[in-house]
Design a protein around this ligand. Structure first.
Ligand SMILES: [Zn+2]
Length: 369
């Protein structure tokens, strides 16, 4: 059972937005990795709190969670935390700590240098099941913030380019050294000396760029891929953020996905069921020939091993479950009607289920085994 997000943050269900934020801030400070070096349980708590806040701190996610609980974000759903790494968590701090993460009694001495890393960009990419089955390369247009051409910097005189200012205060406990990001350069250690016209206060311009994203086969709805360095650029000598790609799977008109397995309904005629038939089935990639024995029953499921979707790591493939449906004609001509009528009392047409004609419940068990 997943822990309740309200319990993780130690708040009641009626907590206001500012109470949620405050509770998260408290947890983040308490369990911050810089304060608890090497402490795995602190790190786990830190991540748990970040995940809880990502849901409860967002009104839309919060109302979904209030209504459906964790189920609303299952299947690796957006913001489930499944795709969150430490970088994501730190990038979340921007709005919590007002952009400057530091200065908590010196507890954050090892700067996370959020200022030197550009922010992440997020996009959503819709894929058909065919594209998911084969893997695909998608080209997307993204608007990235980049440094304006011609921008020039000088080293910040307040922090001498370190981005940090250290303050020593005398307290009753003795001298305390605290360091915090330099407020003159914002922690980057550099100050813009020449800002090209048309750029924003940080010397950035928006640039449209086509980014090619290689999407491996087997991805699932709600998964998040990362294209390193294709987010917004950072100031001066920092590194660019990442482009986070959220996968959206378009429903398919024939195939139903169940993890790596696929389900397909196939309709055959009464004659085909009686006589048996070989049939070509169009798969997401390529096709396959199936042989139906004479006397096949409606509702039978054929399991084609390895004909489902590939595992994202490429180790294995799921199965294709072909559900056989015998089509009963709705209108008959006179001869057909006469034929079927003559069979009404024929013993050979009486249902005689045997062991091989599994019950519905056994079939369901098979399907999920
Ligand atoms: Zn500075």
């Amino acid at each position: 059972m997943k822990e309740d997000y309200y319990d993780i943050l130690g708040i009641s269900r009626g907590a206001s937005a500012s109470e949620i934020k405050k509770a998260y801030r408290k947890m983040a400070i308490k369990y911050h990795p810089d304060k608890n070096p090497g402490d795995k349980s602190a790190e786990a708590n830190f991540k748990k709190a970040a995940e809880a806040y990502e849901i409860l701190g967002n009104p839309e996610n919060k109302s979904k969670y209030d209504q459906y609980g964790h189920a609303a974000f299952e299947n690796g759903g957006f913001g489930s935390g499944a795709g969150m790494n430490m970088d994501d968590i730190f990038s979340q701090f921007g709005d919590i700590f007002g952009g400057a993460f530091g200065g908590f009694g010196g507890g954050f001495g090892q700067q996370r240098s959020t200022q030197r890393r550009g922010s992440n960009l997020r996009i959503r990419v819709s894929l058909s099941l065919e594209e998911i089955a084969s893997g695909v390369e998608k080209k997307v247009r993204v608007k990235r913030k980049v440094q304006a051409p011609g921008i020039e910097y000088v080293t910040c005189s307040k922090c001498n380019g370190t981005g940090q200012v250290t303050k020593i205060t005398n307290t009753i406990l003795g001298r305390m050294q605290t360091s915090s990001p330099c407020n003159m350069c914002g922690g980057s250690g550099q100050i813009i000396s020449n800002r090209p016209p048309g750029s924003d206060s940080q010397g950035m311009i928006q640039e449209e760029e086509t980014v090619s994203i290689k999407i491996p086969s087997g991805v699932e709805d709600g998964m998040q891929l990362k294209v390193s360095g294709k987010g917004n650029a950072a100031l001066s000598n920092g590194v660019s953020g990442d482009l986070l790609v959220l996968i959206n799977e378009k429903p398919h008109e024939k195939f139903i996905r169940e993890g790596q397995h696929l389900h397909l309904d196939v309709y055959i005629s009464i004659s085909e069921a009686v006589l048996g038939i070989s049939k070509d089935i169009q798969l997401l990639v390529g096709k396959v020939r199936i042989k139906l024995e004479s006397g096949i029953q409606s509702g039978k499921t054929l399991r084609l091993r390895g004909k489902g979707l590939p595992d994202i790591n490429g180790y294995s493939s799921g199965d294709l479950l072909v559900h056989i449906n015998v089509w009963t004609p709705k209108v008959l001509n006179r001869d057909q009607k006469r034929f079927f009528q003559s069979m009404i009392d024929d013993d050979n047409f009486e249902p005689k289920p045997d062991k091989s004609d599994k019950s519905f419940f056994e079939k369901v068990k098979d399907m999920f085994s």
